[in-house]
Design a protein around this ligand. Sequence first.
Ligand code: ZN
Length: 683
Amino acid sequence: MTYPGRTLSLALTLSAALPFTAATADAPGIDLAGIDRSVAPGDDFFAYANGAWYKATAIPEDRATYGASAIVYDRTSQRTVELIQDAAKTEAAAGSVERKVGDYYTSFMDEAGIEAKGLTPVRSKLDAIAAIADRRSLSRYLGTTLRADVDALNATNFYTDNLLGLWVAQDLDEPSRYVPFLLQGGLDMPERTYYVDPSPQMAETRARFQSHVVKILELGQIADAAARGARVVDLERRIAEVHASREDSSDVKKSNNHWKRDALDRSAPGLDWAEYLSAAGLGAQSEFVVWHPAAVTGIAALVASQPLDAWKDYLTFHALEHHAAVMPAAFGQESFAFHGTVLQGTPMRRDRWKRAVDATGGALGEAVGQMYVRKYFPPEDKARIEAMVLHLIAAFDRRIDRLDWMAPKTKAMAKAKLKTLKVHVGYPDRFRDYSSLEIVRGDAYGNDERAELVEYRRNLAKLGKPIDRGEWVMTPQTVNAVNLPVMNAMNFPAAILRPPYFDPARPLAMDYGAIGAVIGHEISHSFDDQGALFDDSGRLNNWWTEADFAHFQASADRLVKQYDAYEALPGLHVKGKQTLSENVADVAGLSAAYDGYRMSLGGKPAPAAQGLSDDQQFFVSFAQSWRQKMREALLRQVIVGDSHAPDAFRADVVRNLDAWYAAFDVKPGQKLYLAPADRIRVW
Ligand SMILES: [Zn+2]
């Protein structure tokens, strides 16, 4: 079974430009004007809650989708841009995070300064590559390129252009300690398919890739670029051939391979591991988890079998391209022409200031995050959501008690896991310390390089220390959420805690219906068939019985049928099986949010608001949080490949809750009506 690390997937298709919608302060609460009262809630709840909005809204030209998440994303970007640009204008105290953020941004924006330096910043690296004289010094140089730039289970990033990538995380066998995970890398193109797929389209892409490599070498004033470029492409193809597939990468059971230090020499000969690891600062490390064993073996063998000069050309190309964003303009243009236009079809490069904002957020994520929450996320907001989380957890606890399909022993494990679950809200208790990161105004290249190195060292420093369960993998200014399966924790960044998901100025029923259901959805993943892989300590240890799986499957099959029946476009149906895990989580999340809301009232009645009873507020707020318009082409792509159903159908999950029928007087014969026995209660 695979365990794809799950983010919330708000179907954010980021716009190439940021056409800021005017940040109008909407009145708090339900968007009454967006409701279409000509539709009966029992016939099409999404259309009832969003129909008027849907008719009045056009998808912006540079986007494939538009709705609640895009609106929140735009507003957050605008705030982040302002914070960073303000920091750049005011000279904050030396050493302060504001100063670092401002200096990083200003340096990135200094195009003339970067142009004037030419190749000077990368010169020492090129000299070091030229001086490589044997396999030993090659291995040593390769060791200096290792960075903490991959993540196998949380943010799930399997790509690094360095030969290998490092992820320092909890040992899946012994979760009380950190171990270094070694992942495959070394390709310039995104994935092995690009190198090995025989289709004419990929062959064409490979031809363009070769020109791209040659062009970068030429820009670096490397002699004989055409012949060298061909060698680089050939070496990358060999690396790709030994790479694991994406599917294998996300299979935890295939990947959890503990190797003692000497096993690297024995099972992956060719690379001089002593030199490599000592250059990488891992010389004393006695054990590794080799996530891609065949690839690590294959790559190490290539270090010995391929000509030294091919390796030097390869490293020269990578050294020239890796920091292209902060090199003279021609490098960035060439890098975008290939990676942006050829590989992704994006015609236009984003404005420099937008790239500068992203780069600053990448290098100093939690520094920008600190500034963001100080201005936009007061402690009262955090407290309000943390109180909601307690009620949601209590609701789950009761639901587990009442489950009739789970064995008592499994229930006890589920409850234990619920007890140790950490739901982090807004921002980490302790922000990352950037004091060792030197940001020099006017040194964009050096800043970029040092930021990577400091992040790498921060990860190395975790080895041998107790697990920090407070660590975040998303920055506070990210509009998304993430479940960290090994940590048994979740991150709900401040940026998603905004209307229409959350608004302290409106009744609680609306918050429970929107962000409450999202939090419930994520919590349920920790207990479902995939969460079953990791126990309460984060150990890879399946705690479900065979019978639990069978019973879970039986309820699940009925939900598959419910979604299979949805027709998104004429003749095109939602795929119930492909979206099953997410649909189960949607039912569970909304149910727990509803129970949690009832508990929060402590038996007291809640007042109507905006002409809606509290249950109506809960459900309409839920459906409005899923409002989205999508272009047909993207909708087809989502149906074919996404593990989530299209947002409109996610809103219709309400039909599985009894309370929804009472709230909107839904009657048999209406399109969404389900007889009580047909309403799904997996949890
Ligand atoms: Zn999910």
